[in-house]
Ligand binder design. Structure first.
Ligand code: PLP
Length: 481
């Protein structure tokens, strides 16, 4: 494909995407296919000879689209949102066109410097303490874009582990590192995302998963008691992962309580704050109180690719002390060194992969094209939709609300058994009219309804509620028969 053909196919692709997004509401939200469906539609080998573009695009519509779950569909209410917007798509497209691999400053200076600047912009808008910003006079901190929140948590745990082992090694120089590792203990709530457990598996450290309170929030005394208990047993608490906006029910751990307790009783323990979804909302002044306690944290992550109109992947992580992060991850072969290694940021030391895309471009486009005010409006719109849905549920005495609706997620259930709610959700999802997923909160099966679509309207919420009510009526009738 040469430039002339790229121009033609490029504008056709833009048209295809626009049509797709404009007519999305006419499609089923979820596909109606069985595992292996695509294997029967595509050849088992790549083509030997070039194929016409038209044929490839025809296969997109006839073979790929029938197996797509439409995350941007106005009636997709599952998980948390998958960010999307035209400025973001165009920013990503430009990054793909430039095609640089910015693992070090020298490998593409603009790629590194834009990331640092944009992360400072977003960090300030969120309200992170100045210590987390790279370009503040005297600051040791800074931000970086990772592929996912899971990776943010993994690298912070790796950094905390390296720091803990180093400290222990100073106290016990003749003890094997493997033995010291066996003493390390990390902590999180039962409501934390499963990626904390995965990080602990990869780091080969113990993880104590603690019971939250009845609002699904991890409390300071529960955590501190557990840490003290473990210390008495000869274990070494080294890392705590808290969550602001849990996956199950968008609950908030008591960060201020936890932070103050750690600061007083366990200084040196790394406190991480995972706000993968909710963190984006802190750009709104009225929601900043939810971030209380951040002054005690060593690191913080949020995913603009969830709720800030930015396409995957764009998971932002800030650390208070970048040397503590990079010292766990630096390997420095000659072929990657450059003349400014000592004075410039080399993001290859901030994460697991070496190669990195120019991801800051899309976030920069989004921040500039919407402005913070446009993004605040977007967040507030989703919260309004969620509040509207909550009101609809509250008016129907057959249902109950199961979380404190602070942002865009409403958890609800039919009053009755878990089985009844499982039946309701599976019937709704099978219809393809709506898509929601369940969670278990306080050992109860709940249904999560998230205001997700970029352009969702109040009518979409009314439609969703009508569908839910219809299926509920049908299922309750059958139960009583
Ligand atoms: N943390 C929280 C609170 C989440 O809700 C999620 C996913 O929804 C994650 C972490 C994992 O995110 P990622 O897919 O970016 O690894």
């Amino acid at each position: 494909m040469d430039c002339d053909e790229f121009r033609k196919r490029g504008s056709e692709m833009v048209e295809y995407i626009c049509q797709y997004l404009e007519t999305l509401g006419d499609r089923r939200v979820t596909p109606s296919v069985e595992p292996g469906y695509l294997r029967h539609l595509l050849p088992g080998e790549a083509p030997t000879n070039p194929e016409p573009w038209e044929q490839i695009m025809e296969d997109v519509e006839t073979k790929i689209m029938p197996g797509v779950t439409h995350w941007q569909h106005p009636r997709f209410h599952a998980y948390f949102p998958a960010g999307n917007s035209f400025p973001s798509i165009l920013g990503d497209m430009l990054g793909d066109g430039i095609g640089c691999i910015g693992f070090s400053w020298a490998a593409s200076p603009a790629c590194t410097e834009l990331e640092t600047i944009v992360l400072d912009w977003l960090g300030k808008a969120i309200g992170l303490p100045d210590d987390f910003l790279a370009l503040k006079e005297g600051s040791k901190g800074g931000g970086v874009i990772q592929t996912s929140a899971s990776e943010c948590i993994l690298v912070t745990m790796l950094a905390a582990r390296a720091q803990a082992i180093k400290n222990l090694k100073q106290q016990h120089p003749f003890v094997e590192e493997g033995h010291l590792l066996s003493k390390l203990m990390a902590y999180c709530s039962k409501e934390a995302h499963s990626c904390v457990e995965k990080a602990a598996m990869i780091c080969f450290v113990k993880l104590r998963i603690l019971e939250p309170d009845e609002k699904a929030s991890l409390r300071g005394d529960i955590l501190l008691n557990a840490m003290e208990e473990d210390e008495l047993q000869g274990l070494v608490p080294f890392f705590v992962s808290t969550t602001l906006g849990t996956t199950g029910s968008c609950a908030f751990d008591a960060l201020e309580e936890i932070g103050a307790g750690i600061h007083q009783r366990f200084p040196g323990v790394w406190l991480h704050v995972d706000a993968a979804y909710a963190g984006n909302a802190f750009i709104c002044p009225e929601l900043k109180p939810l971030l209380k306690g951040i002054e005690y944290a060593d690191s913080f992550n949020t995913n603009p690719n969830k709720w800030l109109l930015t396409n995957f992947d764009c998971s932002t992580l800030w650390v208070r002390d970048r040397i503590r992060l990079t010292s766990a991850l630096v390997v420095d072969p000659l072929y990657l060194k450059h003349g400014y290694s000592d004075s410039a940021i080399d993001y290859r030391h901030w994460g697991v992969p070496l190669s990195r895309r120019f991801r800051s471009l899309k976030l920069w486009f989004v921040l500039r094209n919407y402005g913070i005010s446009g993004l605040q409006k977007y967040i507030r719109h989703h919260i309004t939709l969620a509040k509207k849905f909550e009101q609809l549920v509250l008016r129907d005495k057959r249902f109950e609300i199961c979380n404190e609706v602070k942002l865009g997620l409403v958890c609800f259930r039919l009053i009755g058994t878990d089985k009844l709610n499982e039946k309701l959700l599976s019937a709704i999802n099978a219809s393809g009219k709506l898509h929601m997923v369940p969670a278990s909160v306080n050992d109860k099966y709940i249904i999560r309804f998230c205001a997700v679509a970029q352009n969702a309207t109040e009518e979409d919420i009314d439609y969703a509620w009508d569908v839910i009510q219809d299926f509920a009526a049908e299922i309750l009738e059958k139960e009583q028969a």
